[in-house]
Design a protein around this ligand. Structure first.
Ligand code: ATP
Ligand code: MG
Length: 412
């Protein structure tokens, strides 16, 4: 991609006040654009990152044996009345058709996935079943102020599973926890804190939250500095400085962003929609259900919150919009220009995703600043100074290397 042709450019000055670093950086670097409070456009760069995150999620969901479907965002009122949630979910966006029929803009999809599964689940042979989709969700959040960390319309992957019994659900649930940790790691987040939101006895429902530690978060976490123990602050007796109930390490308190949330739904929704299957003895039973969410757009924001410096974003390699950012300096010099375009096309031919800053009227300083702001992991510079060689620098490193083209591919 030629930077001169890229839709969405970096912005030096933005009049808006930002409460979240990710909101500021993603806006200034040209990844997102705010339509209204809690509602965003994703520009070319932002959409590329989002697609990469979604693809990682899809791979790990498919590896669990889950199947991707697509359910609608417009839900008839009757479905939400059937679960008693039409009047009780305060963030439900509602609308009315020309004919006076009422609908909700879906904030989650139990109300469609359960009746859908009911059309296909007949016997124990049809279980277990796991279905997921990635769509926009709508929630009438009272005061969305942290950019894409809390939207009124936002992206979510939601997975729903159906099981013969609680043990089978527990088994699958554990596999989803592992898959989630893989997803977050592949997205560059290895320090995820999992909090458990219930007593964990067999009869009780269980739920887990996946949290990224950052001051931009909205939840307070107490976590152990040595082991994986973590708890939500509001629900426990422990304080910072106490010793960890698991390993005797010291507990610390920090803010965190919840990027994923998984629940044991029990038979609440299968009962509400009278979804049953015939078990091995010929008896009708309600399947046990689990639901598993990841906020895709919030995850993108959370990654930026933890992966940046004073100059801009630092993208983890696997989700960066491009792998390489090539800066052509002194492009009015024919030799430099030829070499820059040559390197650009050769890297493209090698299947490398590359953004080429081909602007001729822009100073070197401005190009360096833009590259740091956008945050692509590898920066290459070709200029009068580099001659036949190429300057190579990783975004998080200070000093560049000078290398030959022949070394370039293997280094990338
Ligand atoms: P929160 O506690 O932050 O309000 P939640 O517990 O209501 O979120 P879930 O209903 O479990 O969220 O949704 C699954 C995931 O969707 C969350 O873990 C989060 O990553 C994401 N999410 C929820 N609400 C929003 C929002 N308003 N904007 C962006 N992402 C969201
Ligand atoms: Mg939550």
């Amino acid at each position: 991609m030629l930077y001169s042709k890229l839709f969405g450019k970096t912005k030096k000055k933005v009049s808006q006040q930002f409460e979240a670093k990710s909101h500021e950086l993603l806006t200034k670097a040209g990844f997102i654009d705010q339509v209204a409070s809690g509602i965003f456009n994703f520009l070319t760069l932002g959409k590329k990152v989002l697609t990469k995150i979604e693809n990682i999620i899809k791979e790990e969901m498919n590896a669990l044996g889950a199947q991707e479907i697509l359910m609608p965002s417009l839900h008839p009122k009757t479905l939400w009345q059937q679960t008693n949630r039409w009047d009780t979910v305060d963030v439900l966006f509602k609308t009315e058709s020309q004919l006076g029929q009422e609908y909700a803009f879906a904030p989650t999809h139990e109300e469609t996935v359960t009746p859908l599964a009911k059309k296909f689940i007949k016997s124990y042979k049809d279980l277990p079943l796991a279905l997921y989709h990635i769509t926009a969700k709508f929630r009438d959040e009272p005061r969305p102020k942290s950019g894409i960390l809390r939207g009124r319309e936002f992206g979510m992957k939601d997975l729903y599973s159906f099981h013969e019994n609680k043990d089978d659900l527990k088994n699958f649930y554990q596999k989803v926890i592992d898959a989630y940790l893989k997803i977050f790691k592949r997205c560059g987040l290895s320090n995820i804190k999992i909090t458990e939101a219930s007593g964990g006895s067999f009869t009780k429902k269980f739920s887990h939250e996946f949290n990224v530690l950052t001051p931009a978060g909205e939840v307070d976490l107490l976590y152990c500095q040595k082991c994986s123990f973590a708890q939500n602050e509001e629900i426990n007796q422990l304080k910072p400085g106490d010793s960890c109930p698991k390993c005797k390490g010291v507990l610390k308190k920090d803010r965190a962003i919840e990027v994923g949330n998984i629940f044991d739904l029990g038979t609440r929704f299968s009962e509400a929609f009278d979804l049953t299957y015939t078990d091995k003895k010929g008896k009708k039973q309600y399947p046990f259900m689990g639901c598993y969410g990841i906020g895709t757009t919030r995850l993108l924001g959370a990654i930026v919150e933890v992966s940046n410096d004073e100059k801009g974003i630092i993208w983890p390699f696997d989700i960066s919009p491009y792998q390489v950012h090539l800066l052509g300096l002194d492009l009015k010099d024919k030799k430099v220009k030829n070499m820059s375009y040559n390197v650009y096309h050769q890297l493209l031919n090698h299947g490398i995703e590359i953004l080429f800053d081909d602007r001729e009227e822009v100073s070197a300083g401005e190009k360096f600043a833009d590259a740091d702001l956008i945050g692509i992991p590898i920066r290459l510079v070709i200029s009068q100074k580099t001659g036949k060689k190429i300057e190579f620098k990783k975004r998080f490193e200070k000093t560049p290397l000078i290398i030959d083209f022949s070394e370039l591919i293997s280094k990338i």
